[in-house]
Design a protein around this ligand. Sequence first.
Ligand code: SF4
Length: 227
Amino acid sequence: MSDLKTIAEEANERLADASAVEVLAWARETFGDELVVTASMADGALPHLAAEAAPGVDVLFIDTGYHFAETIGTRDAVAATLPIHLINATPQQTVAEQDAEYGEKLHDRDPNKCCALRKVEPLNRYLSGYKAWVTGIRREEAPTRANTPVVEYDAKRDMVKLNPIAPWTQEDLDAYIQDNGVLVNLLQYDGYPSIGCEPCTQRVAPGEDPRSGRWAGTGKVECGLHT
Ligand code: SF4
């Protein structure tokens, strides 16, 4: 059994009811500089928590080349205002290079391939230097996320995966943002409660499933980062 698997299982039992900051502080103490936080920049809540628990921590943003300008603006504002070390993870190919090899708008014809090239490959490549990574997954976001543990063993990458805000409801997240003056992606106020790449994200009506605007009409519900 991998040492990291044992560490993850023991920590998940011990930290099941711990606060998000306590989980992140444990991760920093345990993994030091081999800890990295991933952030989609739908808001700055996870980087804000990480900055409190682990100042100077590496924060990874996967820059697919297809993000909304508002998301890039949120990334830059978060990096400029929090004591974190932002790492901008880029795919092997630019969008133009990908278009030349696979044809334009691969996201419309084969979104799984596009996500594999522009999200999953860079994530795996950049994570390879770390022992533990942090996500902002919350259980209530989607049925595929309902059983997310706070600490788990990521067997595919032989890493510890931390999901410190897994138990948070939308109300918990909103309260944290409000109470701490956390930066929020402006698209959230414009009908985009879940924000991905621009070609694959649509507005949703008030009261609709927040993730229903992601890859709408394709049957795809996850980009592959967490599956
Ligand atoms: Fe490509 Fe869409 Fe996936 Fe972004 S979300 S990597 S544009 S398929």
